[in-house]
Design a protein around this ligand. Structure first.
Ligand code: FES
Ligand SMILES: [Fe+2]
Length: 336
C-alpha cells in the first residue's frame, strides 16, 4: 500500500468547473498538496503547486493577468506551462532564470469538473472515469461540495452501504425496511455494481420498499439511482489522509428545468448533503475506529456490504499495478 492511502495513476476530480472563473485563481488542498488553479487566456484550466518559488507565498492569493498567474507578494508572473516569465524587481524585460518555474499538474476538464492526474504524468490516460448513467450538467441538475474531517475511504464505504438508511436516516427517510435484499453485487469491468431493495420483514400497506442502483469506480466515484427518476453522482477526493472533499451532482427527472427543475435539484442536493450526510452519516463516520484508515481487515462484512468488499479489492489491485509499473524501470536497469 502507498504510505498515504491514495490510489496512484488516477484522474481525481478536484474542483467543479463553475468555481474557476477567468480572473481569479482558486487554491485547494487535494491529495495532501496545496494546489493553485487558474484559467489561461484560452480559458483552459491550469494547475500547479500553490507556493511561490521566490519566498513561498500562496499563489492562490494572487490574480490572473492575461492568462498568467501573478504572485501577490512581489509580482512574479507564471504562464500556463508554469514557467516564470517575469520578475518585476529585476526589470520587466530582464531574462528569468529557470529555477523560478512552478511544478505543474496535468489537468483536464470534463463532465463539469476539473480533474487532476495523480501519479506518473507519462501514464495519464485519455479517458476520464465516469458512468454512462451519471448526470452531466443540465437544467435539472444541482451540485454541492463540502470538506469533511474523515478519510475518503469511510465516505466510499458509506456510499456502498444502503442498509444503514433505516437506522441512520430514520428521521429524514422514514419507512425504509431493515432487510437489505441484494439483487446484484458484482464487478462489471472496472465498475462495482450494486442493486439493493430495503424491504420490511412483514410487508404492509404504507410500508415502502426503497430500491437503489449503485455504481462505484476508482479512484473514489459513485453513482446512485433511486426511485428510478432521481440520480446522484459523487466524488470523494482526498484532501489528505483524514479529510475529504465531497462533491455531488443531483438530477431529478420529475420537474422540467423551465418549471424550476434546477432549483429543486439544488434544494435536493443541499438537503441530502447538509441534513442527511453532514448531520446523520458524519456522526457515524467520525466515530469509526480504525488503527489504519486503509486497513479494514478487522471488519466483519455482511452480504449487504458486498460493494465495500469489491471496492477495496479493485483499489488494492490498482495500487499493486501502479507499484509494479513504478518498479519496472529499476528492474530493467538492474538486469543490465
Ligand atoms: S513570494 Fe512570490 S513574488 Fe515574492
Ligand atoms: Fe447515509
Amino acid at each position: 500500500m502507498t504510505p498515504n492511502d491514495f490510489i496512484p495513476d488516477q484522474w481525481y476530480p478536484i474542483l467543479d468547473s463553475e468555481t474557476l472563473r477567468r480572473r481569479r485563481p482558486v487554491g485547494v488542498k487535494r491529495l495532501g498538496e496545496r494546489l493553485v488553479l487558474w484559467r489561461d487566456s484560452g480559458g483552459n484550466a491550469v494547475c500547479a503547486t500553490d507556493r511561490c518559488p521566490h519566498r513561498g507565498v500562496q499563489l492562490s492569493l494572487g490574480r490572473v493577468c492575461d492568462g498568467q498567474l501573478e504572485c501577490p507578494y512581489h509580482g512574479l508572473r507564471f504562464n500556463a506551462g508554469g514557467e516564470c516569465v517575469m520578475i518585476p524587481a529585476n526589470g520587466d524585460d530582464a531574462p528569468v532564470p529557470r529555477g523560478f518555474d512552478l511544478i505543474s499538474r496535468v489537468v483536464r476538464e470534463g463532465h463539469g469538473l476539473i480533474w487532476c492526474w495523480y501519479g506518473d504524468p507519462a501514464l495519464a490516460t485519455d479517458a476520464i472515469p465516469w458512468f454512462v448513467e451519471a448526470p452531466d450538467p443540465g437544467p435539472r441538475t444541482g451540485w454541492i461540495a463540502d470538506d469533511y474531517p474523515v478519510s475518503y475511504l469511510r465516505v466510499m464505504e458509506n456510499f456502498g452501504d444502503l442498509h444503514h438508511v433505516p437506522f441512520v436516516h430514520r428521521a429524514t427517510i422514514p419507512g425504509a425496511g431493515t432487510r437489505a435484499e441484494v439483487e446484484e453485487a458484482r464487478l462489471d469491468g472496472d465498475v462495482v455494481r450494486l442493486k439493493v431493495t430495503l424491504r420490511h420483514q412483514r410487508p404492509r400497506r404504507l410500508k415502502i420498499a426503497y430500491s437503489f442502483a449503485t455504481a462505484i469506480r476508482l479512484p473514489a466515484l459513485v453513482s446512485i439511482t433511486f426511485a428510478r427518476r432521481a440520480h446522484f453522482v459523487a466524488a470523494a477526493t482526498p484532501i489528505d489522509e483524514t479529510h475529504t472533499w465531497l462533491w455531488a451532482r443531483y438530477r431529478q427527472d420529475y420537474v422540467p428545468g423551465w418549471m424550476g427543475g434546477r432549483l429543486i435539484a439544488r434544494l435536493g442536493a443541499r438537503f441530502d448533503f447538509r441534513s442527511v450526510f453532514s448531520r446523520q452519516d458524519m456522526r457515524m463516520l467520525a466515530s469509526q475506529q480504525l488503527d489504519n484508515s486503509c486497513d479494514i481487515s478487522h471488519y466483519h462484512l455482511l452480504e449487504a456490504d458486498g460493494a465495500i468488499a469489491l471496492y477495496f479489492a479493485i483499489r488494492k489491485r490498482a495500487i499493486e499495478q501502479a507499484q509494479s509499473k513504478a518498479a519496472a524501470p529499476s528492474t530493467l536497469s538492474a538486469a543490465h
